[in-house]
Design a protein around this ligand. Structure first.
Ligand SMILES: Nc1ncnc2c1ncn2[C@@H]1O[C@H](COP(=O)(O)OP(=O)(O)O)[C@@H](O)[C@H]1O
Ligand SMILES: [Mg+2]
Length: 331
C-alpha cells in the first residue's frame, strides 16, 4: 500500500479563550503535497486552528504535529516549516510595503541580494510593485491581503497556510493567487486554504474539511462530500398554489426524504432527480398546484456546506423542541 505521510496531524485539539470554546476536540490529518481546504461559517474555529498550527496560539489540550514536530513542545522546529498569510494582516503602520517584504525575506533566510529580487518578483506577480512606497496604513484591505500572500510566495514554506486569502481581493488577484497556490504545490509545498468562497474551494482544493462550532462537520474530496448528501440531486420546482397541497403531495413520494418549501419553491434532495422531478410534477398537477418552473441539478459545494452545517443545526434543535416544520436545509 502506498503510504501517505501526514504534513499535519491534529490530535484531540481543544482551544479555549476564557469561556469560549473555539475548537472542541478536532482530529484531522492533512497529507503531504495536497491542497487542503478548510471551510466553515464565521466563528467555527478555522483561524484558531490555523494560528495554532503556525504556533501563534498554544493548544488548551491535545496537540498538533507538523511534519512530525509538536507545536506544544517543538515550536521552534515547526516555525521553520510554516508560512502563513493571516486573515487580518498587521504590521508597523509606517513601514512601506517594500520594506515589510524585504524584512520578511531576510527573516526567512534570503541573502540581501536574493531578497531584493525575490521581493520584486513576488510584488510584480501580485500587482503590488506600484504600491511599493506606500506605508502600511495607506494600504486598502485588499492590498494588505496581497501583502500577506506575497510573504508566503517569497518564503516558499514547506507548509503554506492561507487564511481567507481572497476575501476583499479582485478577480485578477484571485486567479494570480490560485496560480501561486498550484505552483507552490508543484514545487512540493503542502497548502492549507481557509475559505468560504465555494468557487475557490472547488477550483483549487483536493480535499476539504467543513468545520462547524469548533468541530469537524465533514471531511473528504469535493466529489465524496457531494455524494454523501443523501439523495445527492437537487430538484427545484417553482409553483403557484397552496403550500399545504405541496406538502401533502410530496409526503406521498417515499423517495423524497428532505425538502424545503420557501417563496413558492419546493427544493427536494433525492436520487435520480430527473425521473423523480417528473413524478413530483404530475403529483403536484393532479393536486391542483400549478408548476411554473423546474430545475434539476447536482449538488453544489454550497449545498454541501449547508447540508453539513445545517444537519448540525437540526440535531441541536431536536434537543430543544419538536420543531418538525423548521427546515435547516434552506439556502
Ligand atoms: N483571540 C481570541 N480571543 C477570544 N475569543 C476568540 C479569539 N479568537 C477567536 N475567538 C473566538 O473563537 C471562535 C472561533 O473563532 P475563529 O477561529 O476566528 O473562527 P473562524 O476563523 O472560523 O471565523 C469565535 O467564537 C471567536 O469569537
Ligand atoms: Mg477566520
Amino acid at each position: 500500500m502506498l503510504a501517505v505521510s501526514a504534513a499535519v496531524k491534529i490530535v484531540d485539539f481543544v482551544k479555549k479563550f476564557g469561556d469560549t470554546v473555539a475548537v472542541d476536540g478536532l482530529n484531522l490529518e492533512i497529507y503531504e503535497g495536497e491542497i487542503f481546504g478548510l471551510l466553515g461559517p464565521n466563528g467555527s474555529g478555522k483561524s484558531t486552528t490555523l494560528l495554532t498550527i503556525a504556533t501563534v496560539y498554544k493548544p488548551t489540550s491535545g496537540d498538533i504535529y507538523v511534519f512530525g514536530r509538536s507545536v506544544t513542545r517543538e515550536g521552534d522546529e515547526v516555525r521553520k516549516y510554516v508560512g502563513i498569510a493571516f486573515q487580518e494582516p498587521k504590521a508597523m503602520w509606517v513601514d512601506t510595503l517594500y520594506e515589510l517584504l524585504l524584512w520578511h525575506a531576510r527573516v526567512v533566510g534570503y541573502s540581501s541580494a536574493e531578497a531584493k529580487s525575490a521581493v520584486r518578483d513576488a510584488m510584480e506577480r501580485l500587482n503590488l510593485w506600484e504600491h511599493r512606497g506606500k506605508q502600511f496604513y495607506q494600504l486598502s484591505g485588499g492590498t494588505r491581503k496581497k501583502l500577506e500572500i506575497a510573504k508566503v510566495l517569497i518564503q516558499r514554506p514547506r507548509l503554506a497556510i492561507f487564511d481567507e486569502p481572497t476575501a476583499q481581493v479582485d478577480v485578477i488577484t484571485k486567479h494570480a493567487l490560485w496560480d501561486v497556490i498550484r505552483e507552490l504545490r508543484q514545487e512540493g509545498s503542502t497548502v492549507i486554504v481557509a475559505t468560504n468562497d465555494m468557487f475557490e474551494a472547488e477550483r483549487i482544493c483536493e480535499r476539504l474539511a467543513i468545520m462547524y462550532r469548533g468541530r469537524l462537520g465533514a471531511l473528504g474530496t469535493v466529489r465524496e462530500l457531494k455524494d454523501r448528501i443523501p439523495g445527492g440531486d437537487v430538484v427545484e420546482i417553482g409553483y403557484e398554489g397552496s403550500r399545504e397541497e405541496v406538502e401533502r403531495a410530496v409526503s406521498r413520494l417515499p423517495s423524497v426524504g428532505r425538502y424545503v418549501l420557501e417563496d413558492n419553491r419546493l427544493i427536494a434532495y433525492l436520487n435520480r432527480g430527473e425521473e423523480k422531478a417528473a413524478e413530483i410534477v404530475s403529483l403536484l398537477t393532479s393536486a391542483g398546484v400549478k408548476v411554473k418552473r423546474i430545475m434539476v441539478q447536482e449538488p453544489t459545494l454550497d449545498d454541501v456546506f449547508f447540508y453539513f452545517t445545517g444537519a448540525r443545526l437540526r440535531e441541536e434543535n431536536q434537543d430543544v423542541a419538536l420543531n418538525r416544520g423548521a427546515t435547516p436545509w434552506a439556502r
